[in-house]
Design a protein around this ligand. Structure first.
Ligand SMILES: NC(=O)c1ccc[n+]([C@@H]2O[C@H](COP(=O)([O-])OP(=O)(O)OC[C@H]3O[C@@H](n4cnc5c(N)ncnc54)[C@H](OP(=O)(O)O)[C@@H]3O)[C@@H](O)[C@H]2O)c1
Length: 334
């Protein structure tokens, strides 16, 4: 049951104030020499329905970074690279956009993706663990894990662990607090996640109720931000989780069209706004070692998770428990 303050927190995430950290704060050429990975950064197929990761690539393109677009469809990644790099007029310091094949529903693709990345780079400055989606009841990953916890938690945590040496290498020479892991939360943590965020009995089974299981996986992402900060903060790595906001993206592709039209009219924003939340999380100087493990509201505000049970669960051992549970899952397969 949400309290008045909980409802107020929801309202503020549904209707955020204007973004304060945008492309104007990340100027052309400002990220030359830095290396980023954005998962789920391919383009979509519906006009005006960008994906958040792709919108972030567009924002970052003039900055001169090396940006890996990680996803499960080579054709969609190439289409995204072609679309972004054909922008006119071309920026003076275009980023170097590169594909990285990664299917988070199949643990067997995760280590090879990290190895392919490590074969090409010596550092990783920011990892945006952005890919994620909702799945119907009965869904499982290739290895039989509940579809949301498998693709949104187990595989991204494995991917991140495999990339840790590259993040640590970057942190040795980078500006303090600039090497970051950005996890993806959602308003569904507050609205739909089970009591204490994750119900360990249901994550052992196929998807039961889409929104609840999706919400649990997003609470899991916040747990990883907290636990990542605790484990990896000593290496100079900042780990945070952001709710990008409610955006009109491919995530609504399988929902009822009338329902989506209603949402679009009253609560959904352009994907670009979600990219602003991600930009803030990855690059704003307000995010630092001092705020390591923070939760970030749209379009870039450090605020706590509104649900007290979920907030407390992280510090009462659930974050570490989920982390260790994920490790036992992938150890059986990779
Ligand atoms: N849109 C919202 O209102 C909203 C709100 C809160 C949180 N979020 C979160 O924001 C993130 C981005 O969502 P979005 O709105 O941009 O959704 P989207 O349009 O559905 O895009 C999701 C992206 O993730 C990729 N992806 C999905 N499953 C994958 C897998 N198993 N392996 C590799 N890539 C996979 C998709 O690739 P394919 O094209 O191959 O499917 C796509 O690039 C997600 O984590 C989502 O949970 C979104």
């Amino acid at each position: 049951m949400l309290t008045l303050s909980g409802l107020w927190a929801l309202w503020q995430q549904f209707y955020p104030p204007a973004p304060t950290f945008t492309e104007k704060d990340v100027g052309p050429g400002s990220q030359v020499g830095r290396v980023f990975i954005i998962t789920g950064a391919n383009s979509g197929t519906v006009p005006n329905q960008l994906r958040i990761g792709f919108a972030l690539v567009k924002l970052l393109y003039p900055t001169g970074a090396t940006i890996y677009l990680a996803g499960r469809s080579p054709a969609k990644i190439q289409a995204a690279i072609a679309e972004v790099s054909s922008v006119l007029p071309p920026p003076t310091t275009p980023s170097n956009l590169k594909p990285l094949l990664l299917d988070l529903s199949d643990l067997k693709t995760v280590k090879p993706a990290a190895e392919l990345f490590a074969a090409q780079e010596t550092r990783l400055d920011i990892l945006w663990n952005n890919a994620g989606n909702g799945c119907p009841p009965g869904s499982v990953t290739k290895q039989g894990l509940e579809a949301h916890i498998g693709a949104n938690c187990v595989a991204p945590l494995l991917f991140t662990q495999e990339l840790l040496p590259m993040l640590r290498a970057a942190a040795q020479t980078a500006t303090p607090s600039s090497v970051r892991i950005v996890w993806s939360g959602s308003i569904q943590i507050d609205m739909s996640a089970p009591q204490n965020g994750v119900d360990f009995t249901r994550i052992e089974k196929p998807t039961t109720v889409t929104y609840e299981d999706y919400g649990a996986s997003k609470a899991g992402n916040w747990f990883f931000a907290v636990e990542g900060a605790r484990r990896w903060g000593r290496y100079g790595i900042v780990s945070v989780c952001q709710n990008p906001g409610n955006l009109y993206t491919g995530i609504y592709a399988n929902e009822n069209r009338l329902f989506v039209a209603f949402l679009k009219r009253f609560v959904l924003y352009e994907a670009k706004y979600g990219a602003y939340t991600m930009l803030y999380s990855g690059l704003s100087p307000e995010v630092s070692q001092d705020t390591n493990g923070a939760y970030i509201w749209p379009w870039g505000r450090i605020q706590p998770i509104a649900r007290p049970d979920v907030l407390n669960a992280a510090s009462e051992g659930k974050a570490a428990e989920l982390w260790e549970w994920c490790e036992t899952q992938w150890k059986q397969h990779v």
